[in-house]
Write a new protein. Structure first.
Ligand code: HEM
Length: 136
């Protein structure tokens, strides 16, 4: 039953009174919500008639925000040749983020251990060198 919109059709709804956004390839009619948006009307007007997936996900909207969104659903996006590529969903970034972060964390850890190890070895050799000198 869900209506399909092309990118071009959605793009026509780009005013405050008639505002569609695309999030995760779903089309939402957010006209009634512009004045109520806790994040302000400006950001919604910025993405009016466009793919707002990245903007929406970057903010880390709550489940409540997602429920509101579902309530405004107008249909699904029908991609045709020449349309902009789907925006990368921040959820993808989120799953890549902590992984990447922990990776760099652990490499920092290895670097730190290497410094401690090399420092320890240097101290040990310096110590034995001094000892051997004293022994003479
Ligand atoms: C029609 C889609 C959207 C809906 C239904 C929506 C809904 C909400 C809701 C309910 C909140 C309150 C906090 C929360 O529950 O997460 C919020 C906050 C916010 N939204 Fe949206 N939002 C939408 C699109 C956007 C877009 C495209 C942006 C662009 C950057 C945005 C930026 C923000 C910001 C910055 C806040 C935080 C405001 C604050 O804490 O002061 N929102 N939004």
């Amino acid at each position: 039953m869900s209506q399909e919109f092309t990118f071009k059709e959605v793009a026509a709804h780009n005013t405050k009174k008639d505002l569609f956004v695309i999030i995760h390839d779903q089309v939402y009619n957010s006209s009634s919500f512009v004045d109520e948006h806790p994040g302000g009307e400006e950001v919604l007007l910025d993405v009016a008639g466009q793919d707002a997936t990245e903007a929406f996900e970057d903010v880390g909207h709550s489940d409540e925000a997602r429920e509101i969104l579902e309530g405004m659903k107008a249909g699904t996006l029908k991609r045709v040749d020449g349309d902009p590529a789907p925006k990368v969903a921040a959820t993808d970034k989120v799953s890549a983020g902590p992984g990447g972060a922990s990776k760099s964390d652990s490499s920092f850890g290895v670097g730190l251990y290497a410094v401690i190890l090399v420092g320890g070895l240097a101290a040990y050799f310096a110590y034995t060198f001094m000892q051997s000198k004293d022994a003479k």
